[in-house]
Write a protein of this length. Structure first.
Length: 427
């Protein structure tokens, strides 16, 4: 990496292992499919914002210059009106769903709200929503708001014993015949804990509850089979491992066996939108969960990343994801633990998504120095977690090795002393 020394361990066995594994990596050709203006940058934040696929640039240019600039309103009929359905059908096999069971709609939070209220209305005589304290905070906010609007339901938040592992046994014990909905993140945003989707879904169904999974930190990184697991409802974002771009629209899934309503009805969800009836009649398909006009330019940007994910295959992606994170944990135990880092993710890769959290008492300051002085980008989550995300389509084993070495160099140079420990707004 030009201008950034690799440190005294650059020629050790781990370096040779990284080079060898990159040389035999079956996904190595996908790295060139992504924009990389700075070859010395080590980007380990694909769990928050995925890299830009090269084809996205061409597609956005065509959407703006040709579809909008030249074809104008004709583009609605030619492509735009069915784009959400088409991309949803592309995402469906990645999450183990039927092609007509997934659609692009809104943000993750709005999609979550719709499905939560719909689920509660489908269980009007039950008073409790069950979740955990590892869930993404906005999911908790949305769930609480939905509970209030659906008649003052109680939100029961089961705590994790250590802030790392999901409290699966405690959740199972808390399920009862007053539980309307179990709602969880498939992979916990902070620790990376990977829930047993099938086990928890079955247990919820055994007491008559519905289940809603947030796939945001697992889709595109972990194999998912919503159909086999019997999942009722799911949402997911497209800008992490699916590389759809900042703020790209979300997707939602509704089991075709489930009859629930969209509580936020709008003309895009009408059975005949261009009839412009004053009375709402929902579409018979999953299209009923659309509401207002989709943001076309940001929506079309989802397709290239989804296409690359489908080409690579989720089994190959997961195999490399586990290998990358295991390699990182091994190097961290050897080189970062003496510097005050501790692994804050499950040690068992079968219980871990595609990111590893590292705790450090001075985590905020350390993460900022990594970005500014080591050309290494992770992210920080309070109070002391630095998350390292491994996106198998473009992250190499040499990236992992180099990242750890750059961190050791920062500590050796004493760079942290020049930085404030006061956290900024964006982390």
């Amino acid at each position: 990496m030009p201008g950034i020394p690799l440190g005294p361990f650059a020629d050790d066995s781990a370096y040779a292992e990284a080079v060898a594994r990159d040389g035999t990596d079956p996904l190595r050709q996908f790295r060139s499919e992504f924009a990389a203006q700075d070859p010395s940058l080590i980007y380990l934040d694909g769990n928050s914002l995925g890299r830009l696929p090269n084809r996205t640039v061409e597609l956005i240019r065509d959407t703006v210059e040709n579809q909008w600039g030249t074809r104008l309103n004709r583009s609605w009929r030619e492509r735009w009106w069915t784009q959400a359905d088409a991309i949803g059908s592309m995402i469906a096999p990645i999450v183990g769903a039927g092609g007509s069971d997934v659609i692009v709609a809104d943000s993750t939070s709005v999609a979550l709200f719709k499905l939560t209220v719909g689920a509660l209305r489908a269980r009007p005589d039950r008073g409790r929503i069950l979740t955990d304290d590892l869930n993404f905070p906005t999911d908790l906010y949305v769930t609480s708001a939905a509970a209030d609007l659906a008649g003052g339901r109680e939100v029961v938040m089961v705590p994790s014993a250590d802030g790392i592992a999901g409290p699966e046994d405690a959740l199972l014990a808390a399920l009862d015949d007053d539980t309307a909905l179990l709602t969880l993140s498939h992979v916990a945003f902070k620790s990376g804990y990977l829930y047993d989707m099938e086990r928890l879904t079955k247990a919820a169904h055994d007491v008559g509850a519905l289940v809603l999974w947030d796939l945001s930190h697992s889709v595109g990184a972990v194999p998912i089979d919503l159909t086999a697991a019997g999942v009722d409802l799911a949402v997911g974002c497209t800008y992490k491992y699916l590389n759809g771009g900042p703020g790209s629209p979300a997707f939602l899934y509704v089991s075709r066996s489930l009859d629930i309503e969209n509580p936020l009805s709008g003309w895009w969800g009408h059975t005949d939108p261009f009839a412009f009836d004053t009375e709402y009649e929902p579409a018979a398909s999953i299209k009923r969960f659309q509401t207002g006009t989709m943001p076309i330019i940001s929506m079309v940007a989802i397709e290239p990343g989804v296409t690359l994910t489908a080409r690579a295959g989720m089994d190959a992606i997961r195999t490399k994801s586990v290998a990358l994170s295991e390699f990182f944990v091994q190097l961290s135990d050897r080189l970062l633990e003496p510097l005050g880092f501790t692994v804050a993710s499950p040690r068992d890769p079968e219980q871990r998504g595609s990111h590893v959290s590292m705790r450090h008492a001075d985590g905020w300051r350390v993460s900022q120095v990594m970005i500014d002085h080591a050309n290494l980008i992770p992210d920080f989550r309070p109070p002391d977690n630095i998350r390292f995300g491994f996106a198998p389509l473009y992250t190499s084993f040499l990236d992992v090795h180099t990242a750890v070495l750059r961190i050791t160099e920062l500590f050796a140079a004493g760079t942290m002393a020049r930085y404030s420990s006061t956290r900024d707004t964006v982390s």
